[in-house]
Write a protein that binds this ligand. Structure first.
Ligand SMILES: [Zn+2]
Length: 148
């Protein structure tokens, strides 16, 4: 029993460290957004940054051709507002798990998946492997909430 707790703690530390380079980028963007009214909170081990005009501007600048409502960077989720954070929380949690699995490799794999989708005439966002997994996982989660 005690070994299980220790192993769990080591695993948790390892996945936070593995995703840390990207989480630090998310943290920096969250801190930069504070003067614009962004609110920070920790929810289930994930730093959530929501709201404010600076964060909204950052998400618009990142999106260019698409309206990014929220983005996950390691263990940090940035969202335009609190309603969006609430609505997309489970989808973004799946991206957190993806960062825990792939660490720094996640970003090139994510963009590679978008490029592959584009090359075969598909949508770089909705046909991205990681987005499809997040949408499917969030839909299953929503179904389980309705059926419980
Ligand atoms: Zn997503």
């Amino acid at each position: 029993m005690r070994n299980n707790k220790l192993l769990r703690a080591i695993y948790t530390l390892a996945v936070y460290l593995w995703a840390a380079p990207i989480s630090l980028l998310g943290l920096a963007l969250g801190i930069l957004s504070l003067p614009g009214g962004c609110k920070l909170s920790v929810n289930e081990g994930v730093l959530e940054c929501a709201g404010g005009r600076i964060l909204s501007g950052l998400l618009s600048a990142l999106g260019r051709n698409m309206q990014i409502q929220a983005i996950t960077l390691g263990h940090v989720v940035l969202a335009r507002n609190h309603e969006t954070m609430h609505a997309l929380r489970f989808h973004e949690r799946i991206h957190v798990k993806q960062y825990e699995r792939w660490g720094l490799l996640f970003l090139p794999l994510y963009f590679g998946s978008s490029m592959l989708a584009l090359m075969v005439g598909k949508d770089p966002y909705f046909d991205n492997h990681f987005e499809k997994a997040a949408f499917e996982g969030a839909a299953k989660h929503a179904d389980s909430q309705i059926n419980s």
